[in-house]
Design a protein around this ligand. Structure first.
Ligand code: HMG
Ligand code: MG
Length: 298
């Protein structure tokens, strides 16, 4: 087992993954205020929105308005999701300096989510990565369904490794490995990470767990023990993917921060502010927070 990292970078995906699956349209002003509050929590990476087709994800149709209106703090990056060159151009038009492209280890999920095969989706990224390099824009990459697919079932490890390696070779500086519908358990998560880390340096890997079956924190710990030091999470445990049947929220940022703080791992986060922000968001969404830490009032 690798020693636990001294510090962990949290990538907050609440404003994007957290909100994309909400059925009631959330006003742009609320999204902008959420991003402002998250900045005050000490987060250094806040995925702000998504420049996908508004027909596919109506909730984030206001991406340009939101992105153009946020006050960007120094030292904080605000990546945005883009599925293709059109999304990249829209994001750049409002000044995005970091983008994230996404594919999946399962063909069946990719078809449902972006109407393309894995190969086609990667071909769509090529011009995005070329433009990004010329523009000095950083590109993150997501691989979804790394521990199971709602349509295909089991996903062979070799498929996860192949897609992660291709995206890294194309120029993504970091590959986030997504358990899209929260099927993973700790030993499987560790084995998956180990297999990918044979082909992509562990320093270029991140983990992204949805908590559908309550396994996310245990999976995060297993992966920290394997040497990963970048963790995606969403404030208040919001999230899900409209094209992943059965996906529920991401692991809550408050809960990850509490666990890491309790283990003496540096995150730079202010737990009390995170809890306050998560409770504020759940009030905006009109439901109870999914963060266990916030509910316990710690
Ligand atoms: P398509 O229908 O095959 O696209 O969708 P198309 O190229 O044929 O274009 C159709 C129409 O969409 C055209 O407009 C295009 O202009 C427009 P029309 O002529 O009909 O008026 N269009 C766009 N408009 C705005 N921005 C764009 C854009 N691209 C095309 N970027 C497409 C293909 C990829 C666009 C679509 O399938 C899509 O947007 N899918 C996104 C689905 C999505 O956002 N899923 C959730 C994010 S992934 C996730 O949550 C997983 C993750 O969290 C990790 C994990 O948990 O595993 C990242
Ligand atoms: Mg996700």
């Amino acid at each position: 087992m690798t020693p636990l990292p001294d510090s962990v970078r949290i990538v907050e995906v609440g404003p994007r993954d957290g909100l994309q699956n909400e059925k009631t349209i959330i006003p742009a002003a609320t999204k902008i205020e959420l991003i402002r509050r998250l900045g005050e929590c000490g987060l250094r990476s806040i995925e702000a929105t998504s420049f996908v087709s508004p027909k596919w994800v109506p909730q984030l149709a206001d991406a340009a308005e939101v992105f153009a209106s946020i006050t960007q703090l120094p030292g904080v990056s605000y990546p945005v999701l883009v599925p293709n060159e059109q999304g990249y151009d829209r994001a750049r038009a409002v000044g995005a300096r970091e983008v994230a492209v996404f594919s999946a280890a399962s063909e069946a999920f990719n078809r449902k989510n972006i109407n393309a095969s894995i190969d086609e989706s990667i071909e769509r990224f090529r011009p995005v990565l070329e433009k990004a390099e010329a523009d000095g824009v950083k590109v993150r990459g997501y691989v979804s369904t790394v521990l199971g697919c709602p349509y295909q079932g089991d996903v062979p490890l070799g498929d996860v490794v192949r897609v992660a390696e291709r995206m890294h070779r194309l120029g993504c500086y970091e590959i986030s490995l997504g358990d899209t519908i929260g099927m993973g358990t700790p030993l499987k998560a560790r084995a998956m990470l180990r297999a990918v880390a044979d082909s992509v340096p562990i320093s270029a890997l991140a983990i992204h767990f949805h908590d559908t079956r309550g396994q996310a924190l245990a999976n995060v710990l297993a992966c920290l023990e394997e040497g990963v030091s970048v963790v995606d999470s969403a404030i208040s445990g919001t999230g899900g993917c409209p094209y992943a049947k059965g996906a529920t929220g991401n692991v809550a940022t408050e809960d990850v921060a509490y666990m890491l703080e309790g283990m003496g791992i540096e995150t730079g986060l202010k737990l009390d502010k995170l809890i306050e922000t998560g409770l504020w968001l759940s009030a905006q969404l009109g439901r109870e927070t999914s963060s266990r830490v916030a509910r316990a009032g710690t």
